[in-house]
Design a protein around this ligand. Structure first.
Ligand code: M6R
Length: 608
């Protein structure tokens, strides 16, 4: 997820672009750049780091042009660096492009363009775009741009300018947001409303595969056959603060709702039906994988909880013993590590000190380390042997939601990759999981229809002091995450229990009205879980059940139930965690907690 903004009007584009980018830093902040058409040439200024770095870089320059594009980056392909920052240009510097999204086929396009004599400067997927447009350019930017986009697969919002067409800004979107701002003798493009709110409240919302052409005659929206599309203007009534959160009250809620897209992006280009799993950045060979006889998954907090899900996924698919460890405990327990060990570390921030320390211990003992992280170029990404990025976009709320879900998605991808290499699953079994994975994004979206119901249940529990989450197998792993979410944002004491373990002590705490959230999504454990739920409900617990559609016998033992869509049980965690995130969010909101910045917590924990 990155932020893009573009401008054509009467004012100094550089100032409008930088101001717009400052409102989009929540979408990405590892580098920033602008390209402005100034005195007959495109002037590009870009650099690594926060927008302030770019501002100081251009502070002594006079860039007068009134046509330009800008970008704030959240790296996916290529580490944050000056050269990887956007805008990217063709070699002659006559075409400049900003891009948000992922070009899935960039490797083959890059190879083809190189064979056609093009040279690349960056490691990004985006750089293929200006070269492709250059390849097709014959005096008509729109024509060349349409031809170029037909070659792209993946998701994109792209803004483009060309030196030879000095009063024209063109943009397109596909699976990445893009809006068009309608001002007085000035027009804008942006990946989100806050970027342009100081200038106009009238916007067009572009749909997939729609192109916008902004020139001195105004704004035209066309399809890829260049036919004009008539659109209604949408008048924005939100204030700047809520616009930044996409109209949601908190970043956490926005990020919960971004999960369908985060899941889709993380799978993009890696899982395709009928093809082998593709992992560009993982270099571990078949021989090295054959020699692995033990796997550790090491992480902290929510990432650890994703690792507990990962243990089950990996053991079921790659048929090796897997242990999941809390990073701060791992190195003090003298774990057995050698060259036949694979260590998978999970970290949203890529900077967690305990996780880094675990990597160093593993490497000292010759283990192979695979990092799964959301931050390109982070310390953990740099120190691991292989890295697989979650493409969740920046997570602003301290409580992790979309990072957790994409960590689990990435673990499925790793599991299938290893299973394919080692032949531990049949093609049919692998295809079934791939198909299930590709359907998850839409299935998550259907759970949001229960949000009002979940909110009402949450509000009725707002004054409780203790809560229990129960589940068996993968449901227990998800219960751990639900319980952590509740604790960290609502400050209600909560514990997760293996449903069958409760009667060995903890059941003594159940009394009239004790809230229990019971997960029962695992087909083979359903009846047993229902029996455990009955043990607490007969002792007065008020139970919210989470079950798969069709398992309505759960209604006999619970007070409320939220159904998740039917899916292979191994994939259920990605769905069942969503109601728990919403439940925790709405309890915290009802209690008036500072949801995005809970007390005593930090987004990146860089001390041991
Ligand atoms: O950046 P990391 O994923 O390594 O962070 C690990 C934990 O600090 C983190 O998951 C923490 O538990 C979150 N606040 C949970 O929402």
């Amino acid at each position: 997820m990155c932020g893009i903004v573009g401008y054509l009007g009467r004012n100094k584009a550089s100032e409008i672009l930088v101001e717009g980018l400052s409102k989009l830093e929540y979408r990405g902040y590892d580098s920033a750049g602008i390209a402005v058409l100034d005195e007959g040439k495109i002037d590009v200024n870009k650099c690594k780091g926060r927008l302030a770095n770019l501002e100081s870089k251009i502070s002594n320059k006079t860039v007068k042009g009134s046509l330009g594009i800008g970008h704030t980056r959240w790296a996916t392909h290529g580490e944050p660096s000056d050269v990887n920052s956007h805008p990217h240009t063709n070699e002659a510097g006559t075409i400049a492009v900003v891009h948000n999204g992922i070009i899935e086929n960039y490797i083959e396009l890059r190879e083809w363009l190189i064979s056609e004599g093009y040279n690349f400067k960056s490691q990004t997927d985006t750089e293929v775009i200006p070269h492709l447009v250059d390849y097709y350019y014959n005096g008509d930017l729109l024509d060349a741009f349409i031809k170029a986009t037909k070659k792209l697969s993946g998701s994109y919002a792209i803004g483009i300018i060309c030196k030879d067409e000095p009063n024209k800004l063109i943009a397109v979107r596909k699976d990445s947001p893009l809006i068009v701002g309608v001002g007085e003798e000035e027009s804008f493009i942006a990946s989100d409303i806050p970027a342009i709110l100081n200038h106009t409240r009238d916007i067009y919302l572009l749909e997939d595969n729609e192109f916008v052409i902004i020139d001195n005659n105004g704004i035209k929206i066309l399809n890829s056959d260049k036919e004009e599309i008539k659109k209604e203007i949408f008048h924005v009534t939100w204030d700047a603060n809520s616009a930044e959160k996409g109209g949601y009250d908190h970043f956490m809620l926005k990020e919960i709702h971004e999960q369908p897209k985060a899941v889709k992006d993380t799978l993009a280009g890696r899982i395709t039906l009928g093809e082998k799993v593709k992992l560009d950045d993982v270099k571990i060979s078949k021989e090295e994988l054959e020699s692995i006889n033990r796997v550790y998954i090491v992480a902290c907090g929510t990432a650890y909880n994703a690792g507990v899900v990962g243990k089950s996924i990996l053991e079921k698919t790659i048929k090796l013993p897997v242990e999941t460890d809390i990073a701060s405990e791992f190195r003090y327990r003298e774990p057995i590590i050698d060259k036949n060990t694979l260590m998978i570390v999970l970290s949203q921030s890529g900077e967690t000190a305990d996780t880094l320390a675990a990597i160093r211990l593993a490497k000292e003992n010759n283990a192979r380390v695979l990092a799964i992280t959301n931050v390109v170029g982070s310390s953990i990404a740099r120190e691991a042997d292989d890295v697989l990025y979650t493409w969740a976009g920046p997570e602003i709320a301290v409580a992790s939601t979309k990072a957790y879900v994409t960590q689990i998605i990435t673990l499925y991808i790793v599991a299938l990759y290893i299973a394919e290499m080692k032949g531990t699953m049949t093609e049919e079994e692998i295809n079934e999981i791939k198909e299930g994975l590709l359907g998850l994004s839409d299935k998550i979206a259907t759970i949001f229809k229960y949000e009002d119901e979940i909110k009402a249940i949450a509000e009725s529990n707002k004054d409780k002091e203790d809560m229990y989450y129960l589940g068996r197998g993968l449901d227990y792993a998800v219960a751990m995450e639900g319980s952590l979410k509740t604790k960290e944002i609502s400050y209600i004491h909560s514990e997760a229990y293996a449903a069958g373990e409760l009667k060995h002590g903890t059941i003594a705490l159940i009394e009239e009205g004790t809230p229990v959230i019971a997960l029962a999504t695992q087909e083979n454990l359903f009846e047993k879980t229902v029996s455990n739920v009955r043990e607490v409900s007969t002792r007065g617990a008020k139970v919210l059940g989470i079950a798969m559609e069709g398992h309505d016998t759960i209604e006999k033992v619970v007070d409320n139930v939220i159904y998740i869509p039917r899916v292979s049980p191994i994939l259920a965690p990605v769905l069942s965690v969503v109601p728990l995130q919403l439940f925790s969010y709405h309890i915290a909101k009802a209690r008036g907690c500072d949801i995005d910045k809970p007390r005593n917590l930090a987004k990146a924990v860089t001390v041991e």
